[in-house]
Design a binder for this molecule. Structure first.
Ligand SMILES: C[S@@+](CC[C@H](N)C(=O)[O-])C[C@H]1O[C@@H](n2cnc3c(N)ncnc32)[C@H](O)[C@@H]1O
Length: 377
């Protein structure tokens, strides 16, 4: 899935090798800011190492947990088709089910503006808070009904619960009518109308089938664990055999603003949303010191103190030059040099500027990322 700051490409470009070199057979690999879970999953699927994945956001640990918490595959056929059939039935039976399916069948670029208005009005009448919040905006009413029904039909405590939840989150991320993140949906009355239509026509059932069956085949070599928590608190529980992976936010805008739709699915509740971005209120979204420019450096220094105290090895990735939260790879290296032995590598990365702005910067830029390995002296 698309994720701001994902390290998926860096893993193949040297980061994977650096991690592999540093793992210790007696210790764990602890991905403190797991995000899309790409690094945690890579390590757990390729090395005989117990992986711990944590993040402030529930959807992030749901994604990682679906892979790293199992040490064998899961048989999709024994639960997937009946789960999906139950969800389709629930969507059809919803009070707006038939009308939502009718709107879905008639979506056309020539009429998309009027259809989007109708889609919002129809979704607003639904008794599901997920459909009311996002139907007619990030998803068509029928897509929103299906996503909600898939989420609600997951059997708590079943052995497939976590795979199903991660599959719903991945499906939402693949189909959402926005440029990868959910800060703003595409608008029907702008040049983005064709993208809105393309997204609304995506087949939720086909996507969830592919995501769930793919996740079933993936698993850790050694069972790990994923949970929601603050990186600085998790770092206090490390030991000298552990390797901590540190990939904090670069942006002064909180991740929770960009991924609230995924978070709502992971939590299973939405709450009140407002505005064109359909965000829940700031108080109900996780906020990070790393995205507050005046506090990010202190947060990072405290994290380094925790690592130093534990004696763990740390691998940090960060853009070399200053980011909008006022941290930079250079600054981090300087902060660490007083207490750690530091090894530096560099990687040229394609980086999302969160949509950019057409006058001043492109939506994607090449930036140099530093990979900084720290060992206590
Ligand atoms: C750059 S992304 C990580 C990307 C990840 N390595 C990947 O490959 O997808 C940063 C992540 O840090 C999380 N985060 C922000 N502040 C945090 C904190 N104080 N503790 C734990 N996670 C935090 C965000 O929710 C976000 O998922």
């Amino acid at each position: 899935m698309k994720y701001m700051g994902s390290k998926r490409t860096m893993l193949a470009g040297g980061l994977g090798e650096i991690i592999g070199r540093n793992l210790n057979k007696n210790g764990r690999f602890v991905d403190l800011f797991t995000g899309s879970g790409s690094v945690a999953c890579f390590v757990s699927e390729n090395f005989e190492t117990r992986v711990v994945a944590t993040d402030l956001q529930t959807y992030a640990t749901a994604l990682a947990g679906a892979v790293i918490e199992r040490d064998c595959g899961l048989d999709f056929d024994s639960w997937g088709p009946s789960w999906i059939a139950a969800a389709i039935y629930a969507a059809e039976k919803a009070a707006i089910g038939v009308q939502a399916a009718a709107v879905q069948n008639r979506l056309k670029i020539e009429r998309i503006h009027a259809q989007a208005e109708k889609a919002r009005a129809l979704s607003a009448m639904c008794d599901s808070d997920f459909v009311r919040a996002y139907g007619g905006w990030y998803f068509s009413p029928w897509q929103a009904l299906l996503l909600n029904a898939l989420r609600q039909s997951i059997e708590p405590g079943s052995d497939w619960e976590k795979v199903a939840l991660a599959a719903v989150i991945q499906t939402a991320s693949r189909c959402v009518a926005s440029p990868g993140h959910t800060a703003q949906p595409f608008k029907a009355n702008t040049n983005a109308a064709p993208f809105l239509l393309e997204s609304w026509l995506k087949d939720i059932i086909a996507h969830v089938t592919v995501c769930a069956s793919n996740l079933c085949g993936r698993h850790a070599k050694v069972k790990g664990v994923a949970y929601t928590g603050d990186a600085n608190e998790v770092a206090a529980k490390l030991n000298e055999w552990d390797v901590a992976f540190i990939d904090p936010p670069y942006s002064s805008v909180h991740y929770s603003r960009f991924y609230h739709v995924l978070e709502s699915l992971a939590r299973g509740v939405v709450g009140e949303v407002s505005g064109a971005g359909r965000y829940p209120s700031p108080e109900s979204r996780p906020s990070s010191l790393y995205s507050i420019p005046t506090r990010a450096e202190d947060a990072f220094s405290n994290l380094l103190k925790g690592i130093e105290y534990s004696g763990a090895t740390a691998i940090i990735t960060f853009p070399a030059s200053e980011s909008s939260n006022r941290l930079s790879g250079q600054k981090i290296k300087k902060l660490a040099s007083a207490k750690f032995n530091v090894v530096e590598d560099r990687f040229l990365s394609r980086f999302s500027t969160l949509g950019g702005d057409q006058k001043h910067r492109k939506a994607r830029q090449d930036i140099e990322e530093m990979i900084i390995t720290l060992r206590t002296r």
